[in-house]
Design a protein around this ligand. Structure first.
Ligand code: R5P
Length: 293
């Protein structure tokens, strides 16, 4: 029996692409809201003894989580051998410590909860700052696809004379590997976050890089303020208009419009979250990661 993938609403194209790459069947599931906004889930395939996985990218997670939980529980109840979660974007990774007294460390609690109802997890470049890998958080097998080679390839093909700028010291290693593979120089900034929408970044040291194109690289573009602050500094220099390159296209609120009006030459993301800026297809890479599970 081939593995069966199920798409949470909005994940149908990704599930089909992954199904094609993995020779998996894409199963049918009905997920909708009752009039009182409780969630209804019905599995329309026979999954007894099947290897199954749910495809659900987890941006704006709160509305998705009840359906994900009910579907995973239903698949187990209906006899699936294992239920995996393929989450191209993995939510609740950023609150990974108690920055202020009394705060919930949600990355740990979320991992504990997901680990209680799925058997394995595959994702793309999760936001790991204070943890070396997902195994430190998740009690189930958890694997990540790494997009650095794809970002580097995109830069090589689309930007002449790039200079890579990373947002913060935690990103240093992967930003350096993108730069190395793209054959570009790189600099990494110091970032201080003052609030949800307020960050300060150090002035990029791009002396002697006149005529080159800054490529601002980050794992997540959320409010866009990390990139906006960097662009504010770059505007004081004779650097060319920058390219904004993010892995996960969260784009909270007006982030996209703000980046455009601040003068971004191009805004490009990977398709872990469907968005008009998606230009780098990471699903074949994610399929390899899933196959290895
Ligand atoms: C934070 O450490 C991440 O790597 C990103 O820099 C951050 O999520 C970007 O958020 P925003 O777009 O809201 O500045």
């Amino acid at each position: 029996m081939p593995p069966v993938l199920f798409a949470m609403p909005g994940n149908e194209p990704a599930a089909q692409a992954l199904g094609d790459a993995l020779d998996a069947h894409v199963g049918k599931v009905e997920i909708r809201s009752f009039p009182d906004e409780e969630t209804y889930v019905r599995v329309l395939d026979d999954v007894a003894e099947a290897e199954t996985a749910i495809v659900c990218t987890l941006d704006r997670p709160n509305a998705k989580l009840p359906g994900l939980f009910f579907l995973a529980r239903a698949l187990k109840d209906l006899g699936a051998r294992r239920v995996g979660l393929i989450a191209p974007y993995l939510a609740y990774m950023r609150q990974d410590t108690r920055f202020h007294a009394g705060e919930a460390v949600t990355s740990a609690y979320f991992a504990e909860w997901l680990s209680s109802f799925v058997d394995w997890l595959a994702t793309v470049d999760p936001h790991l700052h204070r943890h070396a890998d997902l195994g430190e958080l998740y009690a189930i097998p958890a694997a990540s696809a790494h997009t650095a080679p794809l970002l580097a390839e995109w830069i090589r093909e689309h930007v002449s004379e790039p200079v890579i700028i990373g947002p913060d010291s935690e990103s240093e290693q992967w930003v350096a590997s993108v730069a190395r593979e793209a054959g570009a120089r790189c600099t990494v900034l110091e970032k201080t976050r003052r609030g949800d929408r307020s960050v300060e970044v150090s002035v990029p040291d791009i002396d002697g890089w006149a005529g080159r194109t800054p490529v601002l690289v980050d794992d997540i573009i959320s409010t866009g303020h990390t990139m906006l602050e960097t662009m504010r500094h770059l505007a004081q220099t004779d650097a060319k208009p920058p390219v904004c390159l993010g892995i996960h296209a969260v784009f909270a609120g007006d982030a996209l419009a703000e980046l455009r009006s601040a003068g971004a030459a191009q805004i490009v993301t990977c398709n872990t979250i469907p968005h008009e800026t998606n230009a780098i297809d990471v699903l074949p890479l994610l399929a390899e990661t899933v196959a290895a599970m």
